[in-house]
Design a protein around this ligand. Structure first.
Ligand code: NAP
Length: 289
């Protein structure tokens, strides 16, 4: 199957084709259309996913236009995740908690806001490392949009503790609060006792393995028996992942979260089983670019 352009060469678009897409700025680099279109091909659906470049402040106009054009669903990326939460006609409980939307589902009453980032992260953990956060101690570095989604996802999956470590202490407290009674702001040294350690900062992005940099968590705090996930996936193996692997931890990059949050979006839009494995296979070489 040729999915190099994000849609199989054999596919024929027509006036009957159902359209979904991703809104963001920039959006041309987004892997979401590739993941969606790979799934549509395997599912045998006459659907297509495209990128819609929508600048900051224009999400409301974009939603109105997309609704009028019959667009069935939209993935939402930077810089719109927070703004769109105020534009939808209904919100899932996770959107209420996070104040952020990564998925829009079109319905008779207008756009429904969903957020599949945290549940997608948890699904990826189960897929990659057969790691179930239920009853486990987790530490998240970062307190931005990705970290907050992961914190809420881990708490929702029954983690016994979710510790947030962040450069700005006030933001760590806010993010930890999303985990309710199991959340707390902590220190880097807490990583030594965590079952799962997640980097949700851009540290390591674009750096080749072996490059000198500031670590999200010093590798000497990591050990065998831990799962270590870097949400970064450029490069596919970050210097921190390589160091954690050298320390004996099971490591994974952020492609899993990307694939599984997209799979959950597709399930919301189509109501069908989604071919996650085919999406994984499409994402691997694309993530290496
Ligand atoms: P964001 O909202 O801008 O938050 C960035 C976070 O990183 C903040 O907590 C910030 O700390 C911290 N940070 C930034 N530079 C730092 C530095 N030099 N040293 C220490 N901390 C630093 O970004 P985001 O949307 O959450 O994204 C975070 C990362 O996750 C990015 O690398 C992004 O590519 C990745 N991501 C991956 C996926 C996926 O599907 N795999 C999805 C979303 C995001 P302060 O609070 O102190 O500013």
């Amino acid at each position: 199957m040729d999915v190099t352009l994000g849609r199989p060469a054999s596919a024929q678009l027509s006036a009957a084709t159902t359209v979904v897409g991703v809104i963001g700025d920039p959006v041309a680099h987004s892997l979401s259309p590739l993941l969606h279109n790979t799934a549509f091909e395997v599912m045998g659906l006459d659907w297509v996913s495209v990128g819609f470049p929508v600048g900051a402040g224009r999400a409301g106009t974009a939603l109105a236009g997309a609704g009028a054009l019959g667009v069935r669903g939209l993935s939402v990326t930077m810089p719109h995740k927070d703004a769109v939460a105020d534009l939808v006609t209904s919100r899932s409980p996770l959107v209420e908690l996070l104040g952020a939307v990564n998925c829009l589902v079109e319905g008779p009453a207008g756009w429904r806001g969903e957020n599949t980032d945290g549940p997608g992260f948890v699904d990826a953990l189960r897929h990659i490392g057969e790691f179930d956060p239920g009853g486990r101690s987790c530490l998240v570095v970062g307190a931005g949009g990705a970290a907050r989604a992961v914190v809420a996802g881990l708490a929702g999956a029954g983690a016994s503790e979710v510790v947030v470590v962040n450069r700005s202490a006030d933001r760590a407290l806010v993010a930890a609060g999303l985990a309710g009674p199991v959340g707390r702001a902590g220190e880097e040294s807490d990583a030594a006792l965590a079952d799962l350690v997640v980097n949700a900062t851009p540290l390591g992005m674009g750096l080749p393995a072996g490059a000198a940099e500031a670590w999200p968590v010093r590798p000497e705090l990591l050990r065998p028996g831990q799962v270590v996930v870097d949400l970064v996936y450029h490069p596919l193996v970050t210097p921190w992942m390589a160091a954690a692997r050298d320390r004996g931890a099971l490591v994974a990059n952020g492609l899993g979260m990307l694939v599984h949050q997209a799979a959950l979006q597709l399930a919301l839009w189509t109501g069908r089983d989604v071919p996650v494995q085919a999406m994984w296979e499409a994402a691997q070489p694309a993530g290496a670019e």
